[in-house]
Design a protein around this ligand. Structure first.
Ligand code: 13P
Ligand code: SF4
Length: 330
């Protein structure tokens, strides 16, 4: 069967024999092909459990640069696969489902962003990693939620900065660093919908609980937070802090690792405005399944491809971030 035919859907849509033990088969394929599985904390628990490394978006990029594997299977969303590919152009980078996009990255089309940059000559362009490679190609330095504040602070206070695409993260950094960065008006559909009222109600029911929030949440939610940080930072805080109950305002996949690392503690996912949906799950992240992961390793499809001209430019701000982050001890 031709590649295109297997990939009409964006993933290898082939039924897996019921007798195949997916976990055993995935591990076998991984060894045979010298592949590594990297997973983001927002993946389904069973994918996190089979991965070689589970981490935040910064860690995924760092592992991609350090691995000696021939194949990197990125269980996350498309921009994470692109970042790995740009950093390791000679490796095969696979994602189980190419449809795993990101509403935040989608809120920043490369042509419009490039136009915005052209309209502001003399501005330093700082882009969140949740962007396409084409946006990174017109960026001076990339950041993740782990290092965004410190990277912004590494520029002089009077530096003119464009920050994109997340307005919530940008507003948060402006407020804690006393800057006035020019913000792109983008957002993530998962982090925008946490309900302030329902978090307040939960706090009333669990007065000793601490609220943990990802900086992609809107400012009204961040105001309620006892601690704000990236997924990796929230995890570290939750395991080290003496509190035993936490209300967690980020994608609910992180609760899997929190519960694993701190089994005696209680983690309550912050509820969305609409209680009839599971909208604190990222629908894109959850497109990856064990079956798709198995087929992806078996057929080495779908593969992430990045235009070499775009990759040549996009790699510079990503490497700049990795260099700064290393110096910061991340
Ligand atoms: P992290 O940088 O914490 O991994 O966040 C990635 C992300 O997609 C948040 O929605
Ligand atoms: Fe993108 Fe939001 Fe999903 Fe993160 S949670 S990958 S920002 S859509």
């Amino acid at each position: 069967m031709k590649e295109e035919e297997r990939l009409k859907t964006g993933f290898v849509n082939e039924p897996v024999d019921k007798n195949v033990d997916l976990k055993v088969a995935i591990n076998q394929l991984k060894r045979q092909k010298n592949a590594i599985i990297l997973a983001h904390y927002y993946q389904a628990g069973e994918i996190q459990d089979i991965a070689d490394c589970v981490g935040d978006s910064l860690a995924l990029a760092q592992w991609a640069t350090r691995t000696t594997a021939d194949i990197v299977v990125l269980c996350g969303v498309h921009f994470m696969g692109e970042t790995a590919k740009v950093l390791c152009p000679d490796k095969k980078v696979l994602v189980p489902d190419l449809n795993a996009g990101c509403s935040l990255a989608d809120s920043c089309p490369a042509d419009r962003f490039a136009q915005f940059v052209r309209e502001h000559p003399g501005y330093t362009v700082i882009s969140y990693v949740n962007t396409t490679a084409a946006v990174k190609a017109v960026t001076d330095v990339v950041v993740t939620s782990t290092n965004a504040r410190q990277i912004v602070e590494s520029f002089p206070e009077d530096e003119n900065i464009i920050f994109g695409p997340d307005r919530n993260l940008g507003n948060y950094i402006n407020s804690v660093t006393n800057r006035n960065m020019l913000l792109w008006d983008g957002a993530c559909h998962v982090h925008e919908q946490f309900s302030v009222e329902k978090i307040v109600e939960l706090k009333a029911k669990h007065p000793d609980a601490l609220v943990l929030a990802h900086p992609e949440c809107k400012s009204a939610v961040l105001k309620l937070a006892d601690y704000i940080g990236s997924t990796a930072a929230l995890l570290k805080f939750a395991t080290k802090n003496d509190a035993v109950t936490f209300i967690v305002a980020t994608e609910s996949g992180i609760l899997h690792e929190m519960q694993k690392q701190a089994p005696g503690k209680t983690f309550i996912p912050a509820p969305p405005d609409d209680s009839t949906c599971a909208c604190n799950e990222c629908s894109f992240m959850r497109l990856n399944t064990l079956e798709k992961l198995y087929n992806c390793l078996k057929y080495e499809l779908p593969e992430i491809k990045v235009d070499p001209e775009i990759a040549k430019e996009a790699v510079k701000p990503i490497k700049r971030m990795l260099d700064i982050s290393e110096k910061l001890g991340h």
